[in-house]
Design a protein around this ligand. Sequence first.
Ligand code: NAD
Ligand code: UDP
Length: 318
Amino acid sequence: MRVVVTGGAGFVGSHLCDRLLELGDAVVCLDSLLTGKMANIAHLVDHPHFDFRCEDITAAIDVPGPVDAVLHFASPASPVDYQRFPLETLKVGALGTLNALEAAGRKGARFILASTSEVYGDPQVHPQPEEYWGNVNPIGPRSMYDEAKRYAEALVSAYRVAQDLDTAIVRIFNTYGPRMRPDDGRAIPTFVTQALTGQALTVTGDGTQTRSVCYVDDLVEGVIRVLAGTMAGPLNIGNPHEMSILDLARLVIEVCGVDLPITFTPRPGDDPLIRRPDITRARAELGWAPVVDIRDGLGRTIDWFRAELSEQRAEAAH
Ligand code: NAD
Ligand code: UDP
């Protein structure tokens, strides 16, 4: 297959590019490097089946030649990033998705939208099944991301009906792993960076809010199965292992093998209190479930961050 991956130089997108190339597919990676970086794909640029194009997909998508699938992963994803780039986030969710759908339509390609558990907002149904419509503040501090993704889902649904496009929507829950930016502001990269540099871990609120975190390899496996199938979704892809953020911070300290304090900072506005995917549908339709245990996934992530941080220190010393 020849697969277009938008956002392919980002955290998740770069792992997806790796996996597609391993499977023998050709990859066209479209990325503006807004929140991604070349370092994520540096090992791929000389691969004969990898084609990187530094492009803003909100302007246009024009990929010559046949395309079998468009995986639309471009979008700032961490709260720090999307609040720093609110207009870019709304535009890539709206115009970027529109352009990606048009490109898929022109090529007769299967289209997959990387949606998010944020479409459920601060959920009042727990765990969250795909049938739940969500509880989102349309003008709140997370709205540029949540509503961009909700609009993107609506666009995909409309193109599927109006133009008979072969589409799928994947609702991704909190995913972590190597290549997250140490400064992206999300809990795991922040805690790991703090633990490896001898700083107190900053937990927001009293830390009782929960998340259910999924190792990136598990997520990629789920997406690959969606790509190979014909299901439309939406499909939740995430790890149902729910934990409090305070317990997550404690676990990072333990797996890093350090002894550091935890400090408490104000909880941001509209921060969801609970989150856990109901993955009944993914189990039934994809035969998929996450297999990487949190300690194992954190261990691999911490190893990568250790190397990354020491490289950054060496560069800074030059
Ligand atoms: P990321 O910021 O690392 O990657 C996003 C990539 O999109 C970056 O490389 C960025 O440069 C690129 N991009 C942004 N706007 C663009 C534009 N206009 N044109 C071209 N490229 C553009 O984020 P991530 O964590 O890898 O997330 C990837 C996708 O998965 C996003 O769509 C995100 O909403 C979704 N998602 C991720 C998570 C998660 O936990 N990581 C959870 C839910 C959904
Ligand atoms: N969080 C935290 N300390 C940090 C960064 C985040 O306690 O340094 C909290 C954040 O307020 C939220 C949870 O961890 O309650 C998960 O945040 P993240 O940004 O990773 O994901 P999201 O909120 O988008 O699910």
